[in-house]
Design a protein around this ligand. Sequence first.
Ligand code: CAA
Length: 289
Amino acid sequence: MEIGDIGTVGVVGAGTMGSGIAQVAATAGFKVVLRDISDAALDRGIKIIERSLGKLTKKGKLSEEEASGILKRISKTLDLQEMKRADYVIEAAFEKMEVKKEIFGELDKICRPDVVLASNTSSLSITEIAASTSRPEKVVGMHFFNPVPVLPLVEIVQGLTTSDETVELAYEVAKRFGKSPIKTKDQPGFIVNRILVPYMNEAAFAYMEGVGSAEEIDQAMKWGANMPIGPLALFDLVGIDVALDVLEVLYREFGDPKFRPAPILRQMVRAGRLGRKTGKGFFDYTERV
Ligand code: CAA
């Protein structure tokens, strides 16, 4: 399979990441089949795309016609079987190994044998996900960053069994999406999250210890380290549940206490304070939701 053979991209999961991936794929001219397990989830995903395209048209980066063409190239489905239409599949479902294994096992049966199955996992083992299929050489990590339409990086993750050919194809696909890919090994957190998430975690500890208010901690990192947004606002953007999942993986896989999640993160997840997506995290977004 070569990049020129890809006409339709399948995206499994229409959350923040899946919808962003569907958007950049459709913007690059691919047809997209976007799948989630409820109409509400699919509608929410399409809304995220519409909002993002709205920003881009307002800025003059896209015309109205281009934006409506992009939306028309995306078809929604509840049926995973529809992935049989896809020439390349990117999974962006929950960050739980059991969920990923089940989806990849199904995709392996549904998709043509030459189709590459990529995962947007931010920290789980690509090698382990690949082992749930009969095509482990065709399973690769394509880790996008939030917000997907804005951030250039895609980490291309080579599992122990991923072939060089599959890595090259994923690299080409990311470039065709207008992204700047970087290849990385299948180690917990890959490059970015191994460095970024412990930094965010330290901010959560500082917050718990009352070193500063949430506003002060974030403002300090913006003014003192030139960060585009503060670490606590970044938790809210990424999703506190998602960031906690990454920390749990780093903590478990490396067995190193430096990755111990700040207890407040677990409390916030239990309280449903997951960040922007639920209207409240370290900051309040209820007026914007
Ligand atoms: N779609 C399209 N455009 C968007 C957008 C979206 N979803 N979100 C923001 N933008 C655009 C804005 O329209 C604006 O455009 P202009 O520069 O042309 O005016 C630009 O992006 C900047 O946005 P804002 O002015 O609203 O706010 P900002 O300057 O704070 O930028 C941000 C927003 C791009 C999110 C920026 O704060 C940022 O880069 N933050 C860091 C994000 C980050 O670190 N992400 C990685 C998270 S880790 C991860 O994703 C991996 C994981 O596995 C956990």
